[in-house]
Design a protein around this ligand. Structure first.
Ligand code: SDX
Length: 432
């Protein structure tokens, strides 16, 4: 209950709505009874001002550049944890102790293989198939191989095996799709390798040239996946919650999230950033030409990797990734001219009033592609990497949605109809 209220005066009548406060004092007006009380709905394009739920998973402060998972600062988690530890934190609400982490890791190893029949799916995608399309197809198909998830499972009993299975299999699917695209033999997951080691080994090991797993690369991959693990009600997470509220299987909800993340305005930006940097580099590094295009509203061109709906100062994740960029390229003894292009572009944008006045700063996607390139991950798989990272966040929100009678109601926004009013039907022969 709330002891604070908002009043709305509408056509001479005063209506009262409760005001709730979040953990950090952020405020929300609960308009659940607005239509019933006033006959009015709200209109909020892009849901800029609209909260869909209460949540205790992730906290963002866009003004202060703060990102916390279950109360822990992203900087501390990225520095001190493995991705599986953070996945456990998001899913359970607390960091695992050693026993819990070992048991969860064992579950992930147990479920690392995909059904051999699913491997034949890869033979029928065209050679240039988009990895995100493959990923959402395969995840949706997991529903046919594990039908016990067709309805809302009881999350308390089997949630760990459900989530460990999906986290582990999606990693295998991503690596297998890459090997298939190269025409290389599949490298199977190994029990003796942890999550990130296994992914890198499945991606880059070959029978003729063993892949050397470098601790620096494993550490950077853990960090990147942690930084992508959750971000409250972003487009893809809200999609998972909305689709899940219809009562579909977990796999269908997650496949919907994968498709939403694919968008170039969302997770697809990491790929767009590298293609943008390549374009600037190839165009004799004519930064001003591309900055002019991005500022010209008659031109649809935007600087990918800049701007954010919530962060109106720096994106804390971009800060951490930028630092990792330098460290990883040095550890791999790789120098990538695109990193210099990225840094110069960011510097020019930081000193350009158009971007500063609109609070447009590098976001999580701006530097991540440079690191993935240095690791040998192809550009068209960058959004797949984002999906691997975001999966625990989607799963945590899905569980929060189905575990709460209120948020479990099927999501169904309203609209303001502005089309033609009722008119007489005209039979085909009479139409002009
Ligand atoms: C992610 O929601 C999340 O949390 C997402 C994410 C997550 O972890 O889940 O953080 C991951 O999706 C990061 C964002 C990746 N996308 C991009 O980098 C694509 C480029 N960015 C933009 O398209 C844009 O900034 C968005 C989509 C990120 C945010 O869009 P908004 O909040 O709707 O902002 P807007 O489009 O209303 O822009 C406000 C103004 C406009 O100019 P005016 O009309 O005020 O004159 O800023 C301009 C825009 O034209 N603008 C840009 C710009 N982004 C915004 N101008 C040039 N280049 C850009 N990148």
């Amino acid at each position: 209950m709330s002891d604070k209220f908002a009043q709305l005066i509408l056509e001479g009548k005063t209506y009262t709505f409760p005001v709730y406060e979040g953990s950090y004092g952020e405020k929300a007006i609960d308009i659940s009874t607005l239509l019933k009380q006033t006959g009015h709905i709200t209109l909020d394009r892009g849901y800029v001002n609209t909260g869909s739920c209460t949540s205790d998973i992730t906290y963002l402060d866009g003004k202060a550049g703060v990102l916390d998972y279950r109360g822990y600062a992203i900087e501390e988690l990225a520095e001190n944890c493995s991705f599986v530890e953070v996945a456990y934190l998001l899913l359970h609400g607390d960091l695992p102790n050693e026993q819990e982490l070992m048991e969860y890791r064992d579950l992930m190893s147990q479920y690392a293989l995909i059904h051999e029949d699913m491997i034949h799916f890869f033979d029928h995608f065209p050679p240039n198939a988009e990895p995100m399309s493959i990923l959402s197809t395969m995840v949706n198909s997991l529903h046919n191989f594990y039908p016990e998830l067709t309805t809302h499972p009881d999350p308390t009993e089997t949630f760990d095996s459900i989530t460990a299975r999906l986290l582990s299999k999606v990693r295998t699917i991503a690596a297998f799709s890459y090997k298939k695209s190269k025409g290389h033999p599949l490298i199977y997951p190994r029990y003796d390798l942890n999550y990130c080691e296994n992914f890198l080994n499945m991606m880059f090991d070959t029978p003729t040239r063993p892949y050397k797993i470098l601790p620096e690369v494993v550490s950077t991959l853990n960090k990147l996946l942690i930084l992508h693990a959750d971000h409250e009600q972003n487009c893809s997470t809200s999609t998972v919650r909305l689709v899940g509220s219809a009562g579909v299987s977990l796999y269908a909800s997650i496949a919907s999230g994968i498709n939403a993340l694919w968008g170039p305005l969302h997770g697809g930006a990491a790929q767009e950033v590298v293609e943008m940097l390549e374009g600037i580099y190839a165009d004799d590094k004519d930064f001003e030409k591309y900055i002019r295009k991005a500022k010209d509203h008659s031109d649809p061109y935007r600087l990918s990797g800049f701007g954010h709906r919530v962060y109106k100062t720096f994106d804390p994740r971009a800060q951490i990734i930028k630092k990792s960029c330098d460290e990883t390229l040095a550890a791999l003894n790789v120098s990538d001219p695109l990193l210099d292009v990225a840094k110069e572009l960011a510097e020019r944008v930081r000193n350009d009033d158009y971007f500063v006045s609109r609070n447009l700063y590098p976001n999580v996607d701006f530097y991540s592609g440079i690191i993935y390139r240095a690791m040998g991950i192809p550009t068209n798989m960058f959004t797949v990497m984002f999906a691997l990272g975001r999966l625990p966040g989607w799963l945590a929100h899905w569980r929060e949605m189905i575990g709460n009678k209120e948020s479990r109601r099927i999501g169904r926004p309203r609209q303001l109809y502005i089309g033609p009013t009722r008119r007489r039907f005209i039979p085909l022969g009479e139409r002009k």
